[in-house]
Design a protein around this ligand. Sequence first.
Ligand SMILES: [Zn+2]
Ligand SMILES: [Zn+2]
Length: 334
Amino acid sequence: MKAAVLRSGKFNIENIDKPQLKDKKGAIVKVIGCGLCGSDIVKLKTGMAKDGSVLGHEVVGEIVEVNTDTKFKTGDIVAMGHHVPCFNCLYCFSGHYSMCRHFKTTNIFPGGFAEFIYVSEEHLNNTVFYVSEHLTEIEASFLEPLACCIRAVKRAGLEQNSKNLIIGLGSVGILMGQASKAFGNEVFGCDLIKERVMLSEDLGFDKSFISDNESILTEMKNYAPIGFDNVFLTAGASSGLDFAVKAARDGANIVVFSSVKDNNGFKNNDIYYRELTVMGSYSPSPMDLEDSMNLISSGKVDVNGLSVVYNLENLNEALNDTISNKIMKAYIKL
Ligand SMILES: [Zn+2]
Ligand SMILES: [Zn+2]
């Protein structure tokens, strides 16, 4: 089968073995399409992903073979999360499902940028969801990334009417804002790119600001006089945390949701004197995936206009267009 295999920091289209069920429990899914995630780009650029591996985890596909007792049958269109927690360890008991050691070892095989994938029995039982007929394949491909944002919003706490600021209005920032809105908060955003600021307001943000530098803090005061209750960092810029600390009110939560090249020090005194809570949020639990499918299905989150469609053969172009901010999000059609 055809797959995009990682070779020296680039995708190479190769013929590899199709995954087989044989006596393994689980299903074979024919991939319809797969979103290109920011984390795929980080893995590829930093060498975290090994040569020869197949990336891609925001999969929409059709079940073509089943070998287990499951509610799914051949012909079903599904979307999925790629890691499954054990529900029975210290991390799972404390709600940190994505820190579960089992979670980190489970995956779909070989990866979404391939014609077929193997999905295990425990995936089918926990992280695979039907795509209802009224959803498009692209809408369904947002199941996993939106679930990551839902987890971040829950981590910050679900008090209603909080004033939330999203720093960075790429596709993840927009999803974060919409997730935050769906849970009853007032949502603000900022980004350097004017079109993204305008798009965020079209998609339901209460107010977004151009620029992420300090001059904008004065204008933000008109909307959040004492600062924001929750600040979400999705931009991946090394100045992000510093800006988040300034935009936050005393006692606020800051949710770190992106990796940066250079770690930016530790705001010891701000965190201490101002009782800030700085937390990370990484990957979703099965319950976040379920919430995500509900928000997409009910139309409470609108992902239309975020993705540009590419073929597998153009995956390197999709990668470059995403890195250069030419597009917000790539959906790779198999
Ligand atoms: Zn992802
Ligand atoms: Zn666990």
